[in-house]
Design a protein around this ligand. Structure first.
Ligand code: URP
Ligand code: ZN
Ligand code: ZN
Length: 486
């Protein structure tokens, strides 16, 4: 009788710390052996000449979520997870989003009802907290953290979602006390509103003015404020979708002072620029996201920061709003001004190939850093490690098996999401996963989605390890316990 359900034989295995040649033995969906010359499996995959990385963990994507302006993402749980699988991602972490007035628990239950029957890869939930009422802060959040929802995103912009600084502190205090990671969307809301109003009054309404209304200093100020607020409570935080130099400077400054400030960037800040929004008509809307893409010089600065370890996570911020669709970016018609256009770009499927092709192949980042940025660090930061994010005995057999020489020209017709465009149309890639395994079963093989609607599994998250660090309150006053020890 064969010793393994499946053996992936003869590949080059990359983890966040090592690159080595090994066969991978898989039983019951988990990795049960790593080594050369493993016994036969009931099934075998010949990975000779191929690279094997952990399946990606995309820890920032918006799926079946309604925006503040009432637009649903085009992707549902099936199309999003199908698209993820076809680009080598095996775990996604979208947001169970509380809008003002919503009960957090009801939001989580609703999101489970949506995800369970449709998800084709594994998943965990972050929460979005937009209404930190006494019930939410005092009862629901602590209970949800205990139940395995150990991270939440908060916003410093968007009228419908944003928190005041005082509310941010309330949320930070719960995260510190009960053990959760807070992700912060750091842009200054009043500056954006003030600028947008004046731009629109001046008739400057085209998509490119989206970037003018949100210059980098808007992000710099909110990043600095996030860091200061987090320092007061001594809570680890993660600044999401960092776009360029000025926010990076703030994050480097915080990290150099020993603060537990983590950061994430996304493909749009490496591959798009603000000029992409300067196209005829509303065409530029295809590249509109927040913060906006910057310029070539900032792309280089983001690449350097990735290489130097400023960023922990490379996620897609997949926010799929179709372009030519009254339920998408065209909701307000072809003459809409930039404030009426949904923010966000898709990226679940191309996230890993883009970074592999431009980052690893062009020697901007190492292969081990690639694995850390696309899988391992997110699993660690959000309490999924070592079930997810690595290739180790006992871990889920989630693998991306790459043909490092495969040439692909990105075009929407080969994507597996529900979008009508990709902002990366025409980008040439070298290296793409040819097989994606989810808990030992192929969900993408030889150019075909081979997964199953509903085949994904929900995972509860542990307390993120960063939250286990001892506290060090800058004032000597612990605002959580009420103790004063100067
Ligand atoms: O423009 C973006 N990033 N839209 C998605 C929502 C968010 O803030 O991440
Ligand atoms: Zn955001
Ligand atoms: Zn987002």
């Amino acid at each position: 009788m064969a010793q393994y359900d499946l053996v992936v034989r003869g590949g080059r295995v990359a983890t966040a710390s090592d690159v080595f040649d090994a066969d991978i033995g898989i039983n019951d969906g988990k990795i049960s052996a790593l080594g050369k010359g493993l016994d036969a499996g009931t099934e075998e995959i010949d990975a000779g000449g191929l690279l094997i990385t952990p399946g990606g963990v995309d820890s920032h994507c918006h799926v079946e979520q309604i925006s503040g302006s009432g637009i649903w993402t085009a992707d549902d749980w099936f199309t999003a997870t199908r698209s993820a699988a076809c680009g080598g991602t095996t775990t996604i972490m979208p947001f169970a989003c509380q809008h003002k007035g919503d009960s957090l628990r009801a939001v989580v239950q609703d999101y489970h009802d949506r995800a369970g029957p449709k998800a084709a890869v594994d998943y965990a939930f972050h929460l979005i907290v937009s209404d930190p009422t006494p019930q939410a802060i005092g009862q629901d959040l602590p209970a949800l953290i205990k139940d395995g929802y150990t991270s939440f995103k908060i916003y410093l912009t968007y009228d419908a979602l944003m928190l005041s600084d005082e509310q941010v502190l309330d949320v930070f205090a719960v995260a510190r006390r009960d053990g959760a990671m807070v992700m912060v969307h750091a842009e200054n809301n009043d500056m954006i509103k003030w600028m947008a109003q004046r731009l629109i009054q001046a008739g400057l309404t085209a998509p490119k003015f989206h970037a003018t209304s949100r210059p980098m200093l808007v992000e710099r100020e909110a990043t600095h404020r996030t860091i200061a607020l987090a320092e007061l409570v001594d809570v680890p935080v993660l600044v999401v979708h960092v776009s360029g130099a000025e926010a990076i400077d703030q994050i480097r400054w915080a990290q150099s002072r020993g603060l537990k400030v983590y950061a994430e960037t996304c493909p749009q800040y490496l591959f798009l620029t603000a000029d992409d929004m300067d196209k005829p008509g509303l065409e530029g809307a295809k590249h509109m996201c927040s913060p906006p893409p910057r310029d070539k010089a900032n792309q280089e600065i983001v690449w350097n920061a990735l290489a130097e370890g400023v960023f922990e996570v490379f996620s897609s911020d997949h926010a799929p709003y179709r372009y030519d669709d009254p339920d998408g970016k065209m909701k307000h018609g072809p003459n809409a001004h930039f404030k009426q256009i949904a923010n966000g770009v898709p990226g679940l499927e191309v996230r890993m190939p883009l970074l592999y092709s431009e980052g690893v192949r062009k020697n901007r980042i190492s292969l081990t850093d690639f694995v850390a940025l696309t899988a391992t660090n997110a699993a660690k930061l959000y309490g999924l490690y070592p079930r997810k994010g690595t290739i180790a005995i006992g871990s889920d057999a989630d693998l991306a098996i790459w043909d490092e020489n495969k040439q692909v020209t990105i075009t929407q017709s080969i994507m597996h999401d529900a979008m009508d465009y990709t902002p990366y149309e025409g980008v040439e890639i070298t290296g793409w996963p040819v097989i994606t395994l989810l808990r030992g079963s192929p969900v993408w093989r030889d150019g075909e989605f081979t997964g199953r609607e509903g085949g994904g599994m929900f995972h509860r998250c542990d307390t993120p390890p960063a939250l286990n660090a001892p506290t060090r309150f800058p004032t000597g006053f612990d605002p959580i316990s009420g103790k004063y020890a100067p």
